[in-house]
Write a new protein. Structure first.
Length: 543
């Protein structure tokens, strides 16, 4: 999720924790999205901003067309120009004033800067009174499959609270059974769930201050499954050098992690792959950072010294805000590539094509026209079964301004053999954080399951309509999807995993808990077991 974001949202809702400087992530994108406010900094510049003072209103006549050109030139220098419909009219003054402060801190002074009050007036004159959301979609015939739910309760008392940032289904080599790995950013733990309908239990693998992502792999080539973990280094969004990449040798419980890289920003994702084709595993690192920190990095394994892999660090992209970096041979040339999702003001999905000898060619898959679009996650999958790799993409981050937006949706970025990919909106979904493709109904095509997270701060200010926190998009014909609501008006989720957890051939769902209301402690995990009469889905068996 842009998990780092999630944190902000959680922080904002717990008074005992320090609130992020701009107000709140999830994942709270407070962490990652705060940089999005750099986008507003672009809007907010003023003449004389070097003084750090917000200018007073002026009474001079304003040429709206001229202001529009100034805003376009200024903001468009580094990202898409924010459209007025990004926020309701009442929100623009706060957004621009906040952005002005970020601009003062940025140190840039190479562009003509429009006066802040002109910018506020420009956006207020064009913005809608309220954002118009699409009407809820629902399948006419209702849900055709059933689930049975069990819960794993959060074991700790306040001030800790559940904040599950990542779920990863895997398979135990030793016992040949499905398992679930998960990270909790608040409890500071990486755990393993042994799924069972009657008594699902968890065991702690390690304590890490703020783990955001865990991936199984055999990093040292000894034939045992290890784990690599992305450590944010802080729960709330900050610029610091406490982010790390950690290694858990053999994945045994209660072990001390080995530090593979440190001195990084908030690390949101780490993906193992042999990118230089030398027979060992390298690591693609999504160093999300915050305002001034954050980079896309490659840890290139060079040798194993005293049983510990050693790496050479390479900078691949100097932008912050990268959330996910899944690996795939996208162009099918025999070399592994990867796809990166950039949030913050960039809001883009980009391919890094491996050209050998350590070189990567960057190609744009998708870019939003709004720098507060709300990118929250990607999955690489051949959704239309035509033999190439597409991207399932979600835009639903609500913590870059605490507004539910019309742009919140599940997207299929279709690979048509050229860049960029073709964007298809499969369904609108306020607050959508994760979407995963799986054959849920056993009809041998891929459906989509998606979950959403809407913090209480947003819901309290929204109209009293109900919102889905879990949906199923059934592929009823090639390229045609029908929406079914599975969960409505319940605690939302930032993390989700799908697949066969108990080897019965049926697809199960696992949702991670996040506390976003004071006094609210949702289950740590909610397991949706495929009911006995659910069709057997072949896709559920693969790890």
């Amino acid at each position: 999720m842009r998990l780092s974001l999630a944190q902000s949202a959680v922080v904002a809702s717990h008074p005992g924790l320090d609130r992020p400087a701009h107000g709140s992530q999830a994942h709270a994108q407070s962490g990652r999205q705060v940089t999005r406010f750099l986008l507003v900094l672009a809007l907010s510049g003023t003449l004389g901003c070097g003084s750090g003072q917000i200018p007073r209103p002026h009474a001079e006549p304003v040429d709206r067309e001229q202001i529009g050109r100034q805003v376009a030139a200024f903001c468009g220098d580094c990202h898409a120009v924010p459209p007025p419909a990004s926020f309701p009219r009442r929100a623009w003054r706060e957004q621009v004033e906040l952005g002005q402060r970020f601009y003062v801190e940025s140190g840039r002074n190479d562009l003509p800067v429009p006066r802040m009050n002109d910018v506020i007036g420009h956006y207020e004159s064009l913005a809608p009174e309220e954002l118009v959301l699409p009407p809820p979609e629902e399948a006419a015939d209702g849900v055709k499959i059933r689930f049975e739910r069990t819960f794993v309760e959060f074991p700790y008392n306040s001030p800790l609270f559940p904040a599950v940032s990542h779920l990863r289904r895997t398979r135990s080599r030793a016992e040949d059974r499905a398992e679930l790995l998960f990270c909790d950013m608040s409890a500071g733990e990486v755990r393993r769930l042994i799924p069972d309908r009657r008594s699902s239990r968890t065991e702690r693998i390690t304590k890490i201050p703020h783990p955001d992502h865990v991936e199984p792999c055999d990093l040292d080539g000894d034939g045992q499954e290890d784990l690599v973990v992305a450590d944010l280094g802080s729960f709330s969004p900050q610029d610091h050098d406490r982010g790390r990449v950690l290694w858990l040798r053999g994945g045994a419980p209660d072990q001390e992690p080995v530090v593979l890289a440190e001195g990084l920003g908030r690390v949101a994702d780490v993906q193992p792959a042999d990118l230089d084709s030398d027979g060992d595993l390298d690591l693609v690192v999504a160093d999300f950072g915050w305002r001034s920190t954050g980079r896309l990095r490659l840890l290139e394994q060079i040798r194993v010294h005293e049983s510990t892999p050693r790496f050479r660090q390479r900078l691949l992209d100097d932008r912050h805000g990268v959330i996910h970096t899944p690996v795939v041979d996208l162009d099918r040339d025999g070399r592994l590539d990867f796809v990166a999702l950039f949030s913050q003001e960039f809001e883009s999905v980009e391919a890094f094509l491996n050209r050998g000898q350590g070189l990567f060619e960057r190609q744009l898959i998708f870019a939003a026209e709004d720098p507060s679009f709300g990118s929250s996650g990607i999955q690489l999958v051949d959704l239309d079964a035509d033999g190439d790799t597409d991207v399932l993409y979600t835009s639903g981050d609500t913590l870059d301004g605490f507004h539910i937006k019309p742009s919140h949706a599940i997207h299929w970025l279709e690979n048509q053999g050229r860049f960029p990919f073709q964007d298809h909106v499969l369904s609108a979904m306020p607050g959508v954080m994760r979407a995963l493709a799986v054959d849920l109904d056993g009809d041998e095509d891929l459906d989509v399951v998606a979950c959403a997270f809407l913090p209480d701060r947003i819901l309290r200010g929204a109209s009293r309509r109900e919102y889905d926190s879990l949906i199923w998009l059934e592929q009823v014909a090639p390229r045609r999807f029908l929406r079914h609501g599975l969960q409505r008006s319940e605690d939302g989720h930032m993390a989700m995993e799908v697949g066969d957890l108990n080897d019965d051939g049926r697809t199960d769902l696992v949702l991670g808990g996040v506390a976003h209301r004071t006094g609210s402690t949702p289950p740590w995990l909610t397991i949706w077991w495929g009911a006995a009469d659910q069709p057997v889905a072949a896709a559920a068996r693969s790890p």
